[in-house]
Design a protein around this ligand. Structure first.
Ligand code: ZN
Length: 434
């Protein structure tokens, strides 16, 4: 392939120290013949002036231009020390923009990291558009992403953090369902980290690795009603007050109600719920907020309960769930506490094993539960936690790739990504006014 070498030299926009000697489009991509402008170079060992010793051409992919791939053909200089006695014989020139043996310029690698990170494109797709291997693109994401993710400034200075457990990978023949803990900054609504475990030890180790000043600034921590989280926080950030996440409290009531329904279903009909079974018909309606049911819908609930719930156990479970939900409608913490007592009364008088257990759990978490009324803190609506869920569904990561997964997640929603502003055309126009 020959370049149309007109002899003109233009600087290569954005790559300091490089000039374009020639350019050609082969129908598929641009080829730019580039070289550095370095003329006077000293030997690193003795300082003697270096003399040219030929050139070696290397090809690297650069940023696309107007959507078309660009390959730079860099005529790399080989220098030789002029002093024949010097131990250093020859060396080739070096550029921060193009690493030795690289197939991509650094700015192209940074762009790959941006497109995979905040751009949320797949590694495979970006690799394809740059014409490089998946592993090459992923390496660029790691090299340019990790410093951002590891940077201490990313931790911020939250006064409230949230810990949220999410299933990451479904169980297979070789491992059980794998759970991860997402840690979010509730002040900024940003994901801080993901840990591939949900044990007290894992959270404690994570907290231990943080600067003391950072931990000391945390005043509130919102958690699932999950003892290991409470233990870890009590041990490592004892001054932080716990708040139990609203959503998870309601979920406890819903799952108790579901358990009752399944048990009664089995006790009365001797099999798991099937289409047409009274309780099976209303399984979703039972879990809906009462205010969302139409009069007609509630009528149906009552009708099927009459047929499928001989001892009124599902009905009392529904009532208990609604009482617990009502706690969150209270305007003051005093009213919330009063409503909670009503909930306990319903559970205590029901003599339904699932409700006894539920009331016991809620009593244990009562103080951090009622703290919602004074703080209004919740993990719901934090982009990071929602993204974990979304990503699990969309991407099939293997366990060995947890670090890649964490990196992608944090680049997407745990970092602020400042893109280098493109130089404006106006700024590059020569001034016409003297
Ligand atoms: Zn030398």
């Amino acid at each position: 392939m020959g370049f149309d070498d007109s002899g003109d030299v233009t600087s290569l926009v954005g790559l300091v120290g490089f000039v374009v000697r020639a350019q050609v489009h082969d129908g598929e991509q641009w080829w730019l013949a580039v070289e550095t402008v370095a003329e006077v170079v000293g030997c690193e060992a003795c300082g003697a002036r270096a003399v040219g010793h030929g050139r070696r051409r290397v090809k690297v992919r650069d940023l696309p231009v107007a959507g078309e791939p660009v390959t730079l053909v860099w005529a790399k200089r080989i220098w030789r020390c002029a002093d024949v006695d010097c131990a250093v014989k020859t060396w080739s020139e070096f550029s921060e923009e193009i690493a030795g043996r690289a197939v991509l310029t650094e700015r192209a690698r940074a762009e790959i990291a941006r497109r995979v990170g905040p751009g949320e494109e797949s590694v495979a797709g970006v690799a394809r558009s740059f014409g490089v291997a998946w592993s090459t693109a992923m390496e660029a994401v790691r090299d340019h992403g990790r410093p951002r993710v590891d940077h201490l400034s990313r931790l911020g200075a939250p006064r409230a953090i949230g810990l949220d457990e999410t299933s990451w990978l479904a169980a297979t023949a070789t491992h059980p369902t794998l759970l991860v803990t997402g840690i979010v900054d509730l002040d900024r609504g940003q994901l801080i980290d993901v840990i591939p475990a949900r044990s007290a030890t894992a959270v404690e180790e994570w907290l231990d690795a943080k600067p003391t000043r950072w931990s000391a600034g945390i005043q509130h921590a919102v958690i699932d009603p999950y003892q290991p989280y409470a233990t870890a926080l009590a041990n490592k950030v004892p001054n932080a007050k716990l708040v139990v996440d609203h959503f998870h409290v309601i979920r406890l009531a819903n799952s108790a109600l579901d358990d009752i329904r399944r048990r009664v279903q089995h006790d009365t009909l001797g099999h798991r719920g099937r289409k047409g079974d009274p309780l099976y018909r209303i399984r979703r309606r039972l879990l809906m907020g009462h205010e969302r049911l139409s009069a007609d819908g509630f009528e149906r609930v009552l009708m099927w309960l009459e047929r499928g719930d001989p001892d009124g156990e599902v009905a009392i479970g529904y009532l208990a769930k609604e009482h617990l939900r009502a706690v969150y409608d209270a305007k003051t913490v005093f009213d919330a506490r009063r409503r909670l007592i009503e909930f306990y009364e319903v559970c205590d008088h029901a003599e339904v094993v699932e409700l006894t257990r539920l009331a016991k759990t809620i009593r244990r978490w009562q103080t951090p539960l009622l703290r919602w009324h004074t703080t209004k803190l919740t993990n719901a609506g934090v982009e990071g936690t929602n993204l974990i869920i979304k990503n699990i569904k969309r991407l099939g990561f293997g366990f060995t790739n947890f670090e890649n997964y964490r990196l992608r997640l944090l680049l997407r929603c745990g970092t602020t990504w400042q893109t280098r502003a493109a130089p404006s055309i106006r700024a590059r126009q020569p001034s016409l006014v003297a």
